[in-house]
Every structure is written in C-alpha cells, then in structure tokens.
Design a protein. Structure first.
Length: 260
C-alpha cells in the first residue's frame, strides 16, 4: 500500500496555507510536502506540523524572481552566490523541520545554452550535496516537462540520473514525477525500474490534465501496484490540480482501494 503525501502547494487551496497541514491530516494523508514555504517562519511551520500530527517530507528551494520567469537558480550561470544563499535557506528549513528532501530547482534557460546551464547545475549541486550531507537533509532534482515549462533546464530522466551518478553523493537523488515523464518520455514503468536506485521521491497526476490520477493516459491503479512490486517503500506525492474542492476529488483513492 503506498503512503500518500499531499502537496499542499497545489492541494487544499480552499484553506489558508498554514491550515492545509490539518486539512491534509483530516483527509487521511500520512504526510505533506510543499513548494517554497519561506514566507512563513520555521516556528510557525513547526507548530502547524506538530498540531496536525503529520510530517512535512519535502520542500523546494526558492524560485528566485518568479515575476521574471525564474524557476530556481541552481543551473543559472553567474548566479552562484545567490544560489548559495538559496540553498542555505532551504537546508536551514529542511533540517529544522526534519524534511526528507529538498527539491533543488534547476532554473530556466535564458541567455545561456543548455550545456552551459547543465555545467553550472552539476557544479552547484556538488557543493550543495556536500552541505546537505553535513546537515542530514536529502536533495532531489526533478526532470520537468517542456510542454508546461518550455525553458526549464532539466527535462530528461536520463540526464537527471546521469547527474546523480556523477556527483555520487548519498544525499542526492532524482524525483520521478510520472506526469512530467509521461509527457516527455513515456514508457514510465520501464524507466522507473531502470532508475529506481537513484530515485528519492515519486509524484503523480493525470496526463494530460494534471488532475486527479483517475483519468487520462496513465493507469495509476496498475502503476501503484507495479511500484509496490518493484519494492518502492517511500512516499507517493500527490501533486495535481483538483477538479473542484480537494476533498471532493479524493474519491479516486476509493477507486484504487486506498481510502484511509
């Protein structure tokens, strides 16, 4: 049986952010994850986590200036000092809140080549992974589809696995988001099995709508049984856009026999 984590950056948006921890717990999720929670203090987040009795397993690094289309700075040449500040912030929050992993946002290709960005990404990740080891916090990198994010630097599971292998840190793995990788590459279970030793987290959503995972191209009832058969023991992150109210859409869990 998969352990389902609710991404409260996208789920339970009917509630103020700090109230989403309790909402996810009431709905039967066993963990939560989110994007960049840095507008809230560690103390306030810790209180909500403790009050809800639910762990926060994952956060992202800050995006940078989202108004300018920035999607992280890890692979942006010339922004290394800013990235160091961003990873310092993420590791501080990650260690204090006992998260399993920090998703290191690679960034958008803008004014540099993909090859230049990937060189910067590897170099920055090498430094960040060493710091993450010392802090006791895991890092993940995520291939993102280029239909939704045409300029995102990291778009391939093969590239992500190669970077994880080259850096060879126990603190660095890849995030395998079935939604993004079905759009970019397909053949998702074969790819999942191939990369399993280097996968640190899973996320799911329907394709192509990114709605609840009970519609579209991917048969998640079968996929969840397959990842269980292959020995996946981590969480499965639910990162989808609800069709209406989040709670109303959770009937998909009953269809898959996953109701709490």
């Amino acid at each position: 049986m998969p352990r389902l984590s609710a991404n409260i950056g996208i789920l339970f948006r009917e509630y103020d952010f700090l109230d989403r921890f309790a909402a996810a717990a009431r709905a039967g999720f066993v963990a939560v994850e989110c994007w960049a929670p840095y507008e809230y203090s560690i103390a306030d987040l810790r209180t909500r986590i403790d009050d809800a009795g639910i762990p926060l397993i994952g956060i992202n690094t800050a995006m940078g200036d989202a108004a300018k289309g920035e999607m992280g700075l890890a692979g942006v040449p010339g922004r290394e000092a800013e990235f160091d500040a961003i990873i310092t912030q993420a590791l501080e929050y990650g260690a204090a809140l006992a998260v399993d992993h920090v998703h290191v946002m690679a960034g958008a290709i803008d004014g540099f080549t993909e090859a230049e960005g990937l060189t910067t990404f590897r170099r920055n990740l090498g430094r960040a992974a060493a710091r993450a080891e010392a802090a006791g916090v895991g890092l993940v990198i995520e291939p993102v589809n280029r239909r939704d994010r045409p300029t995102y630097l990291l778009g391939s599971s093969e590239r992500a696995a190669e970077i994880v292998g080259v850096i060879a840190s126990p603190s660095l793995k890849m995030m395998f988001d079935f939604y993004h990788l079905q759009i970019m590459e397909g053949d998702v279970i074969t790819r999942f099995e191939k990369h399993l030793p280097r996968i640190g987290h899973i996320q799911i959503a329907s394709v192509p709508t990114r709605g609840e995972p009970d519609e579209g191209e991917l048969d998640y009832a079968w996929i969840l049984s397959e990842i269980d058969r292959l020995g996946w023991s981590g969480y499965v992150g639910c990162e989808y856009h609800p069709r209406a109210r989040t709670e109303d859409g959770l009937v998909w869990r009953e269809k898959f026999g996953l109701s709490p």
